[in-house]
Design a protein around this ligand. Structure first.
Ligand code: NAP
Length: 320
């Protein structure tokens, strides 16, 4: 060690500057790493009940949304489930009720976010009226059935991608914010996607919609964190749900795993987080790759998936 110090002391001034800059970069990276370890593994979650009695969850009958409903009920929060299929809403309500959690009330609202017109908005607002809402999980969303060039997706898909990923989040946030501001407490979680972080050819509109979620969250976080309302964007990469059509693996957690870790972040002052630590590590390294390499890699992967999707569609069309 002393020989390293000696050689730096006797070195050229330019070398000394470079060594200093290198040391600062290393120290910053190390502190960043320690911060991540703390956030992912050491820091405990907030007592979410202190924000209010109810957690409202959109897209709550399957995948990440259902997992969030189950996890938040386990924490003692009452739940408002929102989705489009009533039978599935009833089934999830019954599943939570059967757990007999003390003081946990479960309500549901039927809403098709792909048709979130004035009438549907009024129905959701009426369903939430008078409830002490502490947490909102803006989870509902839709992606392409499989990657395609933008001109290949239908007008209906174009409308749904904006309605379900963007407009649902914007309007649900507007519905709950006034009462959260009045109480000076509340937590809003907006589910984005790893696809918001990169240029995503063949999933252009999905990736852009999820980027909107991230930017929207960052600005709201800046507007409201000093007013007691936490607004946070959570970024999953692949999670084993119907939407992802992927099996669980080391890099693909179950929705339950994701939501359990996600709950630990709610209300903390981290505007953008990847709750599953493997995703956070993947994001760290992908961020450091030259973007043209990432874009090329994604393009070639998506072209392969598109080819298989088109083949399957052609086969289905033939058998109809
Ligand atoms: N899974 C992943 O790998 C992944 C990765 C990144 C980001 N995300 C994001 O995570 C969120 C949840 O995804 P997920 O994979 O958990 O989805 P999912 O398993 O497909 O579940 C979707 C949920 O949304 C509801 N839903 C679908 N269409 C609806 C509509 N028109 N109106 C109201 N509710 C509707 C479904 O209800 P019904 O059962 O009634 O259809 C279901 O409860 C999405 O925003 C997605 O973009 C997921």
């Amino acid at each position: 060690m002393s020989s390293i110090v000696d050689s730096i002391q006797s070195a050229d001034p330019a070398v000394k500057v470079l060594a200093g800059v290198g040391a600062i970069i290393l120290a910053t990276a190390f502190l960043e790493f320690l911060g991540q370890v703390n956030r992912q593994f050491i820091r405990s979650g907030k007592n979410l009940k202190k924000y209010g009695k109810y957690a409202v969850i959109t897209g709550a009958t399957d995948g990440i949304g259902k997992a969030y409903a189950m996890a938040l009920a386990k924490k003692g929060m009452s739940i408002v489930l929102i989705s489009r299929t009533e039978a599935k809403l009833v089934a999830v309500k019954e599943e939570i009720d059967a757990k007999n959690y003390a003081d946990v009330d479960v309500k549901y609202i039927v809403c098709d976010y792909s048709k979130f017109d004035d009438k549907a908005k009024a129905a959701v607002k009426a369903g939430l009226d008078g409830l002490d809402i502490g947490v909102l999980i803006n989870n509902v969303g839709v992606s392409y059935r499989y990657p395609r060039f933008f001109h290949e997706i239908t007008d209906e898909e174009v409308i749904n991608l904006t309605e379900m990923n963007v407009n649902s989040t914007v309007w649900m946030t507007r519905f709950v914010l006034p009462q959260m501001l009045e109480k000076k407490k509340g937590a809003i979680v907006n589910i984005s996607s790893g696809s918001a972080m990169y240029t995503l050819p063949l999933l252009a509109q999905y990736s852009a919609a999820k980027s909107f979620i991230e930017k929207f969250t960052l600005a709201l976080h800046a507007e409201y964190s000093s007013k007691g309302v936490s607004v946070q964007c959570q970024i999953p990469f692949y999670v084993s749900t119907k939407l992802a059509k992927m099996r669980k693996s080391f890099t693909v957690p179950t929705p339950d795993q994701f939501a359990k870790l996600g709950c630990k972040f709610i209300g903390h002052d981290d505007p953008v987080v990847s709750p599953y630590w493997v995703h956070a590590v993947m994001g760290y390294f992908m961020d450091r790759l030259p973007s043209f390499i990432v874009t090329k890699g994604i393009m070639s992967m998506h072209l392969g998936i598109r080819k298989r999707g088109l083949k399957k569609d052609a086969k289905n069309a033939k058998s109809e």
